[in-house]
Design a protein around this ligand. Structure first.
Ligand code: DX5
Ligand code: ZN
Length: 214
């Protein structure tokens, strides 16, 4: 299991201290929720914040673009230090998604594609070979602290089955409402990368990460 704490929930008045705790927590990735106030009704951070994290941490920088124009923002966040760029199928559509995945790979980074709770995973079936990861949103994107939507479990099972049948090796990431209980459910369904925001930062970071690893 890879744990990717979402820095959306971090206490920004204690940034360096919280990042050192993350570095020592056993988490391998850090999850950055980039929101543009248009694709989702919330605004978060730009590339300079990611650059600051890169100075403080060597963890794998997992950038989740919740933006209407992922083609424009992908390069900006790669330049700032992203290792993985995940963008939304709903923002790109199939053709642009493939082109953007190829561009991200040409820049030496990994590419992920995400679907919102209302989107049928079927739209991703033919796109899977172009990506390193699929991100199943288990809450409506935009805000931390929401309750896990159990309907995401079937989506994870279906995607894992397609990935296995196609002989692909790719991650399934789940984002939203992850805690020790829901982590177990999504792991059993076939997810291998867990994003967790409020659960991690409301308690001891290292203990929270360990409790999610299973
Ligand atoms: C929601 C974000 C999530 C969020 C998860 O739009 O994509 O990454 O930070 O937060 P929790 O773990 O609090 O549900
Ligand atoms: Zn996210």
């Amino acid at each position: 299991m890879i744990i990717s704490p979402s820095v959306l929930a971090l206490d920004y008045s204690r940034l360096p201290e919280q990042v050192s705790e993350l570095n020592a927590s056993g988490a391998q990735w850090l999850h950055f929720d980039v929101m543009d106030g248009h694709f989702v009704p919330n605004l978060t951070f730009g590339p300079d914040i990611l650059k600051a994290f890169c100075k403080l941490s060597n963890l794998y920088m997992d950038v989740h673009l919740m933006v209407s124009d992922p083609v424009f923002f992908a390069d900006i966040f790669i330049d700032a230090g992203a290792d993985m760029i995940t963008f939304h199928y709903e923002a790109a559509g199939a053709e642009k998604a493939v082109q953007l995945a190829e561009h991200i790979h040409a820049r030496g980074k990994q590419a992920g594609i995400s679907i919102k709770p209302a989107t049928d995973p079927e739209v991703l079936k033919d796109l899977l070979p172009y990506f390193d990861m699929v991100l199943v949103m288990s809450v409506e994107p935009g805000f931390g602290g929401q309750a896990f939507m159990p309907a995401s479990l079937d989506k994870i099972r279906t995607l894992r089955q397609w990935i296995n049948e196609a002989g692909l090796s790719m991650h399934i990431q789940v984002d939203g409402g992850i805690n020790a209980e829901t982590a177990k459910l999504v792991r059993e369904a076939g997810a291998d990368v867990l994003v967790a925001g409020s659960y991690v930062f409301k308690r001891n970071i290292g203990e929270a990460v360990r409790s999610l690893e299973g």
